[in-house]
Design a protein around this ligand. Structure first.
Ligand SMILES: Cc1cc2nc3c(=O)[nH]c(=O)nc-3n(C[C@H](O)[C@H](O)[C@H](O)COP(=O)(O)O)c2cc1C
Length: 320
């Protein structure tokens, strides 16, 4: 039967950010890929790993052409894939940090050349040691296909990546159900502290992939909404004392993420603005934060979501 393509929902605009966000809905495992080229050892966190063929035994992963370690990975004739486990969030974030000269990704990590010469990180398994079998162009990435020459398998609890967040399977499940009238389920300050942890901790852990600390993210997020804020306003919004905020803003201004400009209403006063670099840095993070929130609120009805937000807003606005 001829017909139009079925479109139950309106298609999203095909922008890089919307595309990245949509792809992020596909959960994957997380690996660290290592290689050695010209005496330089490189390693990066990668979730593009997939199996390809059983005979010959082939796997692939994709390396970004813009990555500092790109040349080393593409020119090396071997690489090693390490699967990360549920407790390896810190390692994943460390190897997702910028490499290049002066990088300390391998500091304090025991490693030694494996069968192919690619470094093997001690204590990690499963591991697949591969000789580079083919390199294919893949747009802004190169697809590296590896022939597995040696592997170590081990059952493990994997680390997952979904919607920009690193997590273990079932990590969102509460450990034990407490009685409804227990202190922990009724005392407001404790409820707020736990709610804040539930809402923020995973996302805050994922900020490193954008090279941002939590206070830097708060400043950039506040400024992305409003043109020009005073140090005091920013300190209140980012939950910081003013002197600490001033120091943070000095550092962010040195990195050219923010700039001070005179307030048009009172030129003795300076207001903080985002620079184009600051705007570009926060641009991919805001939609990721919103996607994370949508994921958190997915189990709630529309009415429950409105109630939660209204109750919190009421508490804040009546107090301040
Ligand atoms: C969960 C996760 C998965 C990633 N997957 C890939 C990937 O498959 N390919 C890639 O090129 N970069 C990937 N990255 C980004 C790199 O880890 C990051 O750009 C890193 O800085 C590259 O290392 P380098 O700076 O030493 O080149 C991923 C990052 C994270 C947090």
């Amino acid at each position: 039967m001829a017909g139009r393509p079925a479109r139950a929902l309106a298609a999203d605009p095909l922008t890089p950010e919307a595309f990245r966000r949509a792809l992020g809905q596909f959960p994957t495992g997380v690996t660290i890929v290592t290689a050695e080229h010209g005496g330089r050892v490189v390693g990066m966190t990668a979730n593009s790993f997939t199996s390809v063929s059983l005979d010959p035994p082939l796997i692939l992963w994709c390396v970004a052409k813009g990555a500092p370690s790109y040349r080393a990975f593409v020119q090396a004739d071997a690489f090693a894939i390490h699967f990360l486990g549920a407790g390896h969030q810190d390692l994943a974030l460390r190897f997702a940090g910028k490499g290049g000269s002066g990088s300390d990704k391998f500091t304090d990590l025991a490693h030694a050349p494996g069968e192919t010469g690619a470094p093997i990180l001690e204590g990690l398994a499963p591991i697949f040691e591969c000789r580079t079998w083919a390199r294919y162009d893949g747009g802004d990435h190169t697809i590296l296909v590896g022939e597995v020459v040696h592997f170590i398998s081990k059952p493990h609890e994997p680390l997952l990546f979904h919607s920009g967040v690193l997590r273990a399977i079932g990590s969102e499940r509460p450990q034990r159900e407490l009685p409804h009238d227990s202190f922990a389920r009724t005392y407001l300050a404790y409820l707020l502290a736990r709610a804040s942890h539930v809402v923020s901790s995973e996302f805050h852990a994922s900020l490193k992939q954008w090279g941002l600390s939590v206070p830097e993210w708060r400043v950039l997020a506040c400024l992305s909404d409003v043109e020009g804020l005073s140090v005091g306003e920013l300190a209140a919004m980012a939950l910081m004392k003013q002197p600490r905020m001033t120091k943070l803003l000095d550092r962010m201004a040195a990195q050219k993420l923010v700039e001070r400009r005179p307030d048009p209403k009172d030129r003795r006063r300076a207001l903080i603005h985002l620079t184009p670099q600051g705007r570009a840095r926060v641009a991919p993070v805001v939609p990721a934060a919103m996607a994370h929130e949508a994921q958190l609120l997915a189990p709630f009805t529309e009415e429950e979501r409105a109630t939660i937000k209204h109750a919190l807003d009421l508490l804040i606005s009546r107090r301040s």
